[in-house]
Design a protein around this ligand. Structure first.
Ligand code: ADP
Length: 169
């Protein structure tokens, strides 16, 4: 049975097949979880990303994990929150769907997501958690891989938003 688990802590430490990066559209690294992933993966990740030519909002790209425990990094570009009438929910849903699609294509049994767009991009936590949980649940119903999706939380507020979304679903 596929499962969704809430995991607290640093995503770069997780021993999963793929971790998802909340990247910016240059894919060349930034702050927050993006910076942490690039630091932990090593400079080869940035060199590899430089060849990808960026990534539009709502899409995803896959790279090796280099020095990370994870085999792959799936880079996705979440929407900047602009009040909710700028297609933010569809774009965030697309990030989760495209990331899971790449994970499935690459035979990943386990994938970990950070709370995409919930840092400097300012997406309200409860609304983002609802999109994350419903999109992952929907994907898992119709795909054999990944079998395990970890929703990685950096801090109690994120964890409790996910718990509420899972209970509501
Ligand atoms: P965005 O630009 O998409 O908002 P951020 O990196 O600013 O991305 O934040 C996304 C989420 O990732 C936030 O909830 C933040 O607390 C979390 N985060 C930051 N560092 C890590 C980490 N090392 N592991 C897991 N989550 C992290």
């Amino acid at each position: 049975m596929p499962e969704i688990r809430i995991e607290e802590g640093d995503i770069t430490r997780l021993d999963v097949d793929a971790i998802v990066n909340a990247a910016n559209s240059t894919l060349l690294g930034g702050g927050g979880v993006d910076g942490a992933i690039h630091r932990a993966a090593g400079p080869q990740l940035k060199a590899h990303c430089a060849g990808l030519g960026g990534c539009p909002t709502g899409e995803a790209r896959i790279t090796p994990g280099f020095n990370l425990p994870a085999r792959y990094v799936i880079h996705t570009v979440g929407p900047v929150w602009r009040g909710g009438n700028d297609n933010e929910p569809d774009l965030l849903e697309s990030c989760y769907r495209q990331s899971l699609g790449l994970a499935a294509e690459h035979d990943c049994r386990s994938v970990a997501f950070p709370a995409i767009s919930c840092g400097v991009y300012g997406y309200p936590l409860e609304q983002a958690a609802a999109v994350a949980v419903s999109t992952v649940q929907h994907f898992l119903q119709s795909h054999e891989q990944p079998a395990t999706v970890l929703l990685c939380c950096f801090g109690d507020a994120v964890a409790s938003a996910y718990r509420q979304a899972l209970e509501a679903g």
